[in-house]
Write a protein that binds this ligand. Sequence first.
Ligand code: FAD
Length: 280
Amino acid sequence: MAPRTTFQAGGCARILLEPTSEQEILAALAWTMERNIPLHPIGKGSNLVVSDRGWDGAILLVGKGLAGVEFDGPVAMVRSGTMLTDLVMQSIRRGLGGIEMLAGIPGTVGGAVYIDAGAYGQEFRDRCRTVRSCTRDGVLVERCASECDFGYRTSIFRHNDEIILSATLELVPGDTEELRTRIRDMQQARRDKQPLDKPNAGSLFKRPPGGIASKIVDEAGLKGFRVGGAAISEKHAGFAVNLGGATAQDLWDLSCEVIRRVEASHGITLEREVVFLGEF
Ligand SMILES: Cc1cc2nc3c(=O)[nH]c(=O)nc-3n(C[C@H](O)[C@H](O)[C@H](O)COP(=O)(O)OP(=O)(O)OC[C@H]3O[C@@H](n4cnc5c(N)ncnc54)[C@H](O)[C@@H]3O)c2cc1C
């Protein structure tokens, strides 16, 4: 799974399924269910690390095969395999904003719904109206946003095992050039502050109540702290980077040690934002 995740580490999945339609997703669910094979959906793998021992089941890759956006005025119906950047770019070409700050997040719409992705004051839930998904036994479900239990880096989909198929968003009319400028500034800010030159999985930890994870990790003296090939970035203490040859276990062990040291120095228990799949 290393080439399928932005941290570029981890072992193999027993089966990789790459559906190109919702019917194929339903077929994949039925096929794995009949054989009692565990199934895990992924998008772009930008918030995910798979165990070095692999995943003894099927990975359902919800990506290019399930991408696309349709507009009806300010409402966008977007399929879950669509990259957030593509959604934003297509929206601003129509003079629609409200999600432009999400353009720098290197994941899919499915991944964004799952975690209620957000950046620079905009959260996915702010513009989301409905989400369509299907249960493991193939039942299609449509929820309005208030039923999705969105919260800081969480949603109902973190707990219910459903496959996210699509979402509708109500966007905000704006000036295309102004929106482009905001995106350029935001992307420059990301390049200046984040270690985008090294493989990483975004923020390793969630923001703890009343604090900022990167500031706390920095204060604990952990910038540059290293386990094997994984290290807390010297540039931004909220990110862990792969310095070359890191294993998934290195990242897990690094996160455990950072949690332990921050508990000792600050009395705060950091919670991982990155999803670790399989045995660690
Ligand atoms: C450089 C960098 C910067 C980042 N900046 C931000 C940021 O500013 N804000 C932010 O919120 N995040 C950020 N992230 C994290 C990440 O990009 C987001 O969380 C993104 O939404 C994950 O999408 P994905 O497609 O990569 O999901 P994946 O990593 O593939 O999956 C993450 C989780 O979502 C679930 N999932 C994915 N697709 C589906 C689906 N269709 N149905 C059901 N479950 C699904 C998976 O099962 C998994 O548990 C950043 C990451 C990187 C590498």
